[in-house]
Ligand binder design. Structure first.
Ligand code: PLP
Length: 462
């Protein structure tokens, strides 16, 4: 814990926070009766708050971000060295870390070729949507402009991204939304709403539901399909077998660009560099943000194939024929400098291998916990990106009430272990416990997390 801050400093910080900070994702009324949690310091997988209390962080900074853990001096040094050399120049110019990180990133993404820098997952997705729209105008007289998104997926917080948002509670009260975004059904077998869903070949069947939407809309109006490889906040939904190859087949059949949102899965979270790489698909566009620099700098990337890039390069005499877009802080060099070091750490420390091993271990242990705790209806996930869905009744699969799910999260917090839960407020979305420890997690860390969850489930449900 930071010895440089006196108790007076700490109480001043808490008061300043309460008086002036508008926290993300929270109802502020609660701070009338309790103080906000101010995180002062982090090391490895542990963080300390203003009271000096140690927490084991099983959610990598709250939202699947700090993949290589806290306190990485080598990343801080790489950023420092870069900033004193050159901190920024606007996006049309290149930079040393920008060029070298793009080369390194693309070396892990066969079939992809170009990197477009920006600052957040939402921004990267907006840019992908803009590219799809521009391609529609350039190639298809403006017609092939619809973007399909999936129920339960989330692509960001801007109005454009919410228009492609499959989580209703995030959208409520923010409409009207942008036109031309069309929802397709989710692929979570455990929650298959359609009673005619087959037991065998469910994955292919779920993908075929996307084709039905394309046929209904008219294939000549659909420009892109945007999907998370494994859905994050919408319920930690791992795709069923057979799903992704069929999705790819459908996109190729109708000449639809496949945009994969790797904002959560990207850079190792699922045990491969990118989530889609588990499923043998070749996307046209990939967006990424959180794990790119593990939160040491704000950086997001949109990567594309050379074929997509080429569409903006032909007919150079046309003054409108380039991607007319900029991101002011896409010209910051701290992002790619941090990202380069982040990737080096993942490689040198064998963190993909560790993620696979620890992910399998944790998923197995969660499945074992189902024998003891009947409230665990389903466990799922990939690598260190895991979820346990809580139900009030295992037979009917009635979702557990949000209050009780939050009581489990709060109990773990009381034990000094930070876990998450899927998004609040709308029944059906808010009943999955989420785990996304840093990729450096050891067996002891996983056991520590699971023991806290075991205790919490026993206390909350008896
Ligand atoms: N895409 C996915 C899958 C996400 O989970 C998120 C954020 O949680 C975003 C996009 C938006 O990213 P950002 O918050 O950086 O704008």
């Amino acid at each position: 814990m930071d010895g440089n801050l006196s108790p007076n400093d700490l109480s001043h910080i808490v008061e300043a926070d309460k008086a002036h900070v508008w926290h993300h994702l929270i109802q502020h009324k609660q701070f009338e009766s309790k103080d906000p949690n101010v995180i002062i310091e982090g090391k490895g997988m542990r963080v300390w708050n203003q009271a000096g209390k140690e927490h084991l962080d099983a959610v990598s900074g709250g939202v699947w971000t700090v993949n290589v853990g806290y306190g990485r001096e080598e990343i801080a040094k790489a950023v420092y060295d870069q900033l004193i050399k050159l901190n920024y120049f606007a996006g049309a110019a290149g930079s040393v870390p920008g060029a070298l990180f793009a080369e390194k990133l693309i070396s892990k993404m066969p079939g992809m070729s170009r990197v477009y820098y920006c600052n957040s997952g939402s921004e990267a997705n907006e840019k992908a949507f803009k590219m799809v729209r521009q391609i529609a105008h350039k190639r298809y007289g403006g017609k092939k402009n619809k973007i399909l998104f999936r129920d339960r997926d989330y692509h960001g917080t801007t109005i454009g991204c919410l228009s492609a948002g499959g989580q209703d509670e995030r959208n409520a009260q923010y409409g009207p939304f942008a036109p031309g975004f069309v929802r397709v059904p989710h692929c979570l077998e455990y929650r298959a709403a359609d009673q005619s869903a087959p037991k065998q070949h469910y994955g292919e069947w779920a993908a075929d539901q996307i084709e039905q939407v394309i046929l209904r809309e008219g294939p000549d109006t659909v420009g892109a399909l945007c999907l998370e490889p494994v859905t994050a906040g919408g319920g930690v939904i791992t795709p069923p077998e057979g799903y992704w190859p069929r999705v790819q087949e459908i996109c190729r059949k109708y000449d639809i660009l496949l945009h994969i949102d790797e904002v959560v899965c990207g850079l190792g979270r699922t045990g491969t560099w990118f989530g889609y790489q588990h499923y043998g698909v070749q996307p046209d566009m990939v967006t990424m943000a959180k794990g790119v620099a593990s939160g040491y700098a704000a950086i997001a990337c949109l990567t594309t194939t050379e074929a997509v890039f080429d569409m903006f390069k032909d007919n150079a005499d046309d003054p409108m024929n380039y991607f007319r877009d900029i991101s002011t802080f896409g010209g910051c060099t701290a992002g790619p400098a941090a990202a380069m070091e982040n990737m080096r750490i993942i490689e040198d420390e064998g963190l993909l291998e560790n993620t696979n091993a620890m992910g399998d271990y944790m998923l197995g242990k969660l499945a074992e916990m189902q024998d003891k705790h009947t409230v665990i209806g389903d466990v799922r996930g990939k690598g260190l990106f895991l979820g346990a869905e809580l139900v009030a009744d295992r037979d009917t699969r009635e979702p557990m009430a949000e209050k009780r799910v939050q009581a489990v999260v709060a109990d773990c917090m009381g034990q000094g272990v930070i876990i998450g839960a899927t998004n609040r407020s709308v029944p059906g979305y808010n009943n999955t416990l989420c785990f996304s420890p840093a990729l450096i997690a050891t067996k002891d860390d996983i056991d520590h997390i699971l023991s806290a969850v075991d205790g919490a489930l026993t206390r909350v449900f008896g």
